[in-house]
Design a protein around this ligand. Sequence first.
Ligand SMILES: Nc1ncnc2c1ncn2[C@@H]1O[C@H](COP(=O)(O)OP(=O)(O)OP(=O)(O)O)[C@@H](O)[C@H]1O
Length: 944
Amino acid sequence: MAVGPCSIALQKRRVQLVESWSQNVTHLQELLYQVGALTEEDLSLVRGGGRLGVRDSMRNLLDVLHGRGEEACRAFFHVLQSQRANTESESMVAAIPPEGSGPSSSDSGPTNMQEHLRKHKDILGRQHSPADYLSIRTIRCSSSDSSDESCSFTDITLSRCVGYTVPMQYHQHEVAMVGDAFRSQDQVCTFQDVCQRLLSVPGEDVSLLSGVAGSGKTTVVRRLVHEWAKDSGSQKIVLSLSFRELNLLSEPQSLQELLLVHYSHLKPVLPWVIDSQPGRILLILDGLDEFCFPLEFERSPKCSDPERKLGMGEMVVNLIKGHLLPGISILVTSRPHAVSKVPPLLVTQLYSVLGFSKDQQRHYFEQSCNSPLVASAVWGYVSSYQPLQLMCRIPAFCWIVSTALRDRAPCCLSQVTTTTLPNTARTMPAGSSDTSTSNNRAEEATPTPSTFSSTVPRVMLMSGHVKPITITEIYCCFLKSILVFHGEGHSQEGCSPQCLQEAPRVLQEMRPMLRDLGALAFKGLLERRFLFDQADLSSFSLDCSGLSKTFLVEILREDRASLTCQRSFHFIHTSVQEFLAALYYVLQALSGSDPFSGLKSAVGLSLFPVALHKVLTSTANKLLRPRRLLRRYVKKAFSWGGHHQSGHMDLFCRFVSGLLVPQTRVILDGLFRGRSQILPSPSSSLPVPSPPPPTPPFLLSLLHSQLQCGRLSPERQVNVCHCLYEAQDPGLAQRLQGWLQVLAQQQDPDQSGPAKRDWSELAFLLQLTPDLQDLNLEAQGLDADGLRRLLPVLPLFSTLRLAQNPLGPEGAVVLAYAMQSPDCRVERLWVVGTGLGCTGLRVLTEGLKDNHTVVDLRMAINHIGDVGAGCLADLLRTNRTLKDIRLRDNQITDKGAELLMEALTENTTLEHLWMFDNKLSKEGVRKLKEFARSTSHLDIKVCV
Ligand SMILES: Nc1ncnc2c1ncn2[C@@H]1O[C@H](COP(=O)(O)OP(=O)(O)OP(=O)(O)O)[C@@H](O)[C@H]1O
């Protein structure tokens, strides 16, 4: 059987031929029979006994023709050409290979190819413009025909590693991982690098893009598509689908059908591209973590036919395995916990969104605030408070913080009043933003949350609340900004005195709606659901048509699936859902109602009829005193959060703690004023409010008893620390002092070893003390794992004393990250007797190559040997910061000393090198001394 250009073309264009010609299959058969290309037997085979549909008949026809060889295929294309007048698919006919020519003659594709692609770029470029996505502020600016550029993306930092291996396990809330992000071992890269790789490099591969909620994955995708659409020279053809949309397709579908419905404007060209130039296609699948169908990579049957109907899970498996659409490249985005749904072997590279670096955060605030003064004030505030700054690596937090702070800034900065707070109030210590004027200096003062003090005046803003210092307070300000300043009728952002005066009334009016929204959020959290449909909203009496028009677009975002036109809703960020859930919980608990019963009656889940449930609840309320009820509900929230090892209730618990603080609730004054408040409601009437009541003691004792019970995992313990912080526990400072005292008592290395410590808790506490310079953890039994937990704070100290701890080579890896951190301030690194060995030293010196802060490195008794000395020598060739290195007792011989001396001929900055107690010969010592004499700046201490 001859295989010629027509046979090949017929195979390659099979999908397109079925798509374009199935309706004419009967007529084609007749014509082919007439010209002798088919026999009667062929005809009955093609018809399949009359049971087949037209598409299957067409597939049979193509199989038969291919089986008959080149001549039959050529006849087929001639027949098609003769039908040209009858067909709508001109491009199809143009693709028929002329007699005698090879298939390559049609490689330029169907006619109007460029035209179709241009249209495709226009459509996708519009769908992915930054304007309708980044913030409501930009929606406004776009609607008042401002240019796209004004709504631009801020650059973001990513990392790239080839493939991935570690099956990741997460026992903490994703927020807790933010600090980890910049410690990645992988190569740091920019958005442009990712763009360049995905859009320029042809070929078959699967890339994963991982990042926590709100880290900007979807934004990266949008920006990628946006850049591609702007680039008229790009040869790639980007197709983008979201898992959220695929979830809606419960019936099996063929991939071809799916793509052609989704990209109907590409109908005339897509099959051709898929068939003949798959390397040009980049398929983006966004949001794997939301995919509700199982991905069974082992068990899903192999399918390479794009026309075969498949369930969505099977389709995705076959796409990622390269069976369906072989040759294309695929980008899958996901939150970290779902990344491992894709087997590592199938992944070519893993990109991780690290978020905004410090500079990028500053730039973000410059872009998002309406004046440089406000931007600088917001940035001054964020950068002065370490936990907040860590959180602001996530862009979504930046947006929340910016919304919370910027709106009130213009009119509040110059109109602050101060008042003295009672004993739970916090210090507003020295340290002010660089833009502070004499008027606003108090406002700009940097809070140091570690020192909740009783004496220092607390800044009270005109808006009736203090400058937020807990995360809960920031979210309260965020909500208030949106409700009060962004509501309908407020064309301008920013507060006005009139808005502020009306705020309590507005908040009071919003109370029922916020309660319902919070109940929805809470129910979602319980069920770990972050996507809601219209029925969900209606079950909480939320009117979706009203929602999308009012301020709530900034809280609850609507998606309309392009495949099914179904509407779905999600909170703008999971933390906003967690905050609203906590708000609902606290509102209910404060008014003596069971937060769970609120859900049951709303969604009809109650085991009892609603009326009976109400009777029982009110009887219980009468029997139990309201304060006891409150305690019971709060306890329930915490014990429940503590039992969730996944950590997904962590933020919720922190917000509940924060909202139980009367001072925090002042911000949402109006919302909390109710008939049946159990706790005293703080008064906030201006100009001089009466002191708010302190944090309820039962809350603090509840949290403390959780810490002491010893049943919580280390991750949950850290979360309890966060809760104490949100609850503004005045005891936190003492706890830190206690820790520091413990650490000051040096352990005797001969003893059985120090008690097992919770290093995460220390890391948390240390974050709250920005002025601590010297971290002394000598002989504390600190191992590599403990050091890793401390990593967020390690770079922030000028002296790190880590001697006599079993750090080992793995600890060196952690130290290397710390030294490479852009935030590194470490000048003295003391790691005497930490078991680094030559392997550890190699890693550490690699880290130090990117460091410009360490001047004093003490590393006696580490068995680094000559190999280690060689690594150090290598470092000294380029390093111009180190002044003092102590290498006593490290088993270095003459060979190692030679390497060091060689390197030191190129280094004029090192001043001291201690080499006592190494394995040097007399000759080696003599040479070293001679070398020291010849280099006036360098003092070498050595003896045999
Ligand atoms: N590069 C950026 N420049 C400006 N704003 C950004 C940028 N990236 C993200 N944001 C802001 O953060 C918000 C959240 O981003 P995005 O939706 O991309 O996160 P995500 O990682 O996809 O979140 P999720 O996992 O919840 O889907 C955006 O709405 C936008 O306000």
